[in-house]
Design a protein around this ligand. Sequence first.
Ligand code: ATP
Ligand code: MG
Length: 194
Amino acid sequence: MRNPYLSRKRTERRNNLEESNQNRRGLLIVNTGEGKGKTTAALGVVFRALGRGKKCGVVQFIKGKWETGERKFAKTIPELDFHVMGLGFTWESDDLDRDKTAAKQAWELSKKMILSGEYDIVVLDEITYAFHYGWLEVDETVRILRERPSQVHVIITGRNCPEPILQQADLISEIRSVKHPFQSGIKAQIGIDF
Ligand code: ATP
Ligand code: MG
C-alpha cells in the first residue's frame, strides 16, 4: 500500500530539488493587445513579487491626466521604485518635442535600472507608444534587453509591440477585447481604470 503521506513528502522533496536545479533566468514578458489588463497584469506580478521580498521597479512612459491609484499606493511601499516619466498623451499634447525628451529620459532611467542588476523585476509600462511615435529606437532597446544581467525580469506593456521585441520575448500575452464598458457609454472608473 502506498503511504500517501510519504508519497507527498517525496513529491515535495522532488519539487524543491527541481526548483533549485531549474535553469532559471530572467524573462522578457510582453503584455500587448487591444483589451484591458496590460498594465494591471504587470502590476499584479509586481504585487506578487513584492510579497516574495523581490525588488521591483516601474517606469511609466505615459502620464495621463489623472493621478492613478497605483501611483498613490506605490508611494507607501519603500521596496517599490515607481517613476512616472512620460508627459502626456500625444493627442492632448501641445509640444511633441517635450514628449520626446520625456520619453528619452524615461528610457535612460529604465536602462540604468535594468543594467544595474539591482532589480528583480523592471516594468516598462506603455513603452510601446514611444516606439510608435519614433521617440525611441527599437534596436537600442532590444540590445539593452539582450545585454541585461541574466536574472533580471523585464515586463513590457502596451499595444502594437514591435516585432523585434516580440521575437526576443519569452512570454507574450495578447489581451483581446471581448467587451468593454466604454462601448456602453460607461466612463473610466476610479479604482478600476485609474
Ligand atoms: P489597465 O491599465 O486597466 O490594465 P491597459 O494597460 O490594458 O489597461 P491601456 O491601453 O493602457 O490599457 O489603456 C488604459 C485605459 O484604457 C483604461 O482605462 C482602460 O479601461 C481603457 N481601455 C483598455 N482597453 C480598452 C478597450 N478595448 N476599449 C476601451 N477602453 C479600453
Ligand atoms: Mg496600460
